[in-house]
Ligand binder design. Structure first.
Ligand code: HEC
Ligand code: HEC
Length: 360
């Protein structure tokens, strides 16, 4: 790893220790031979300046909104072919992903990108790899007619929803006083409310709360390498990401390292602005150890390799295999528990679905 000047107020010292270049800067607070306890205290303080803890979601005080959203999330009958629910690609058993490089939607149609986890997603400043949606609600509404569900129109989707006798009364109870409560907006409000409860605090949050030994010595070492390499310049805040857009491939083309089959131009596809070429949302890293494959196209299967690629293309840094593994070990401390009300699928209102003739 090469020595980096870490930008930003309290972090404006030279991270020379990783190279053993102790004499590089006498002004550096870590240049002297500090005790292990001093170094741990310093690391905790730095981490508290860069990242924010998250807390478990409160019990449902929404008057049934979360529970309705939970049902809708698991219901395949609202899709074009009756087989696609949100949970098809955001499976609780795979930490809210599907394990595929790129997801498959209704009638097995391939989608353009990899499915990110929905845990803690509502916290991110924008949704989807290119940030096309500004909230989980906006995303959930548009999903009705997207390639995943494959419905030709909102009306077609609402007709399916109303065709299941149990839903209209549930919507009426959840949205009292509305003449026709079965709407795409209410679908989105309910599913969004459910998603907002999918919060997964981990040992890292105890650590940020001041309990230095909530992370093992190896995890703390990985955290030190994560910070000194410069990862936190982009992966910061409560999600260790999810706070801004950055180019994928700052110092060299990403596809040379990921061996991506297709080159995705990211936000440029949306804005046609040349400065958005290859720009993507910096994804959150919570639960990353549980959500391979990595990157917008699922082009990298293993976390240490994803870490190596990041250092190479974002920071022009060659990590040793040990350093990449050490950072991956730290990222493992961001794994929380799958929320119970997600792990356990709900019972849905009964009703059959006729998808028409099977596609050839
Ligand atoms: C066919 C697979 C599939 C289905 C079904 C599906 N998703 Fe996704 N989801 C994806 C993929 C792929 C992405 C990434 C899309 C992109 O960025 O271009 C994604 C992204 C998201 C995101 C953004 C996460 C982030 O980190 O930016 C949210 C939120 C989300 N989905 C919620 C839902 C909800 C709610 C439903 C049901 C209404 C749903 N998804 C149904 C595959 C699916
Ligand atoms: C200049 C900003 C920047 C820096 C620095 C950076 N990243 Fe990233 N990171 C990104 C962006 C943007 C993506 C999304 C890439 C894509 O389109 O797939 C990403 C993606 C990732 C992913 C894949 C997440 C997933 O769910 O697929 C991991 C893991 C990751 N980064 C870890 C790191 C590590 C570890 C470092 C330090 C070695 C680092 N990043 C440095 C911006 C950055």
């Amino acid at each position: 790893m090469k020595t980096r000047v870490v930008r930003g107020g309290a972090r404006g010292w030279v991270a020379a220790v990783a190279l053993g270049v102790v004499a590089a800067s006498l002004a550096s607070p870590r240049a002297g031979v500090g005790s292990a306890a001093d170094e741990d205290a310093e690391l905790l303080k730095e981490a508290q300046g860069l990242f924010k803890p998250i807390a478990a979601a409160k019990p449902d005080a929404s008057g049934g909104l979360v529970e309705l959203g939970r049902k809708l999330f698991f219901d395949p009958r609202i899709s074009a072919d009756g087989t696609v629910s949100c949970s098809r690609c955001h499976l609780a058993t795979l930490y809210s992903t599907d394990g595929l490089a790129k997801s498959r939607g209704a009638n097995n149609k391939p989608l353009a990108r990899n499915a990110p986890t929905l845990f803690n997603t509502a916290d991110q400043f924008a949704q989807h790899w290119d940030g096309v949606f500004d909230s989980v609600e906006a995303q959930a509404k548009k999903a009705l007619t997207g390639a995943g569900f494959g419905n030709p129109s909102f009306d077609a989707a609402m007709t399916k929803l109303k065709g299941i006798a149990g839903y209209p009364p549930l919507f009426a109870r959840t949205f009292p006083g509305e003449a026709d409560p079965v709407t795409p907006d209410n679908w989105a409000k309910a599913i969004g409310a459910f998603e907002r409860t999918l919060v997964t605090p981990s040992r890292f949050d105890e650590y940020l709360g001041g309990k230095a030994d909530a992370l093992s010595a190896d995890e703390r070492k990985g955290l030190r390498t994560f910070i000194d390499t410069g990862c936190a310049e982009c992966h910061e805040g409560a999600g260790l990401g999810g706070t801004g857009y950055r180019k994928f491939g700052v110092s060299s083309d990403y596809w040379l390292q990921t061996h991506s089959q297709e080159v995705d131009k990211g936000r440029f596809n949306l804005t046609k602005n040349p400065s958005d070429m290859y720009r993507f949302k910096v994804p959150q890293l919570r639960n990353a150890a549980m959500t391979p494959p990595y990157f917008h196209d699922g082009s990298v299967a293993a976390l240490p390799e994803a870490v190596r690629v990041m250092a190479k293309v974002q920071l022009d840094t060659e990590l040793s295999a040990d350093e990449a593994k050490s950072i991956a070990t730290f990222l493992g401390s961001l794994t929380g528990e799958v929320p119970e009300h997600y792990a356990k699928a709900p019972v849905l209102p009964p009703g059959s679905f006729d998808p028409g003739p099977a596609p050839k």
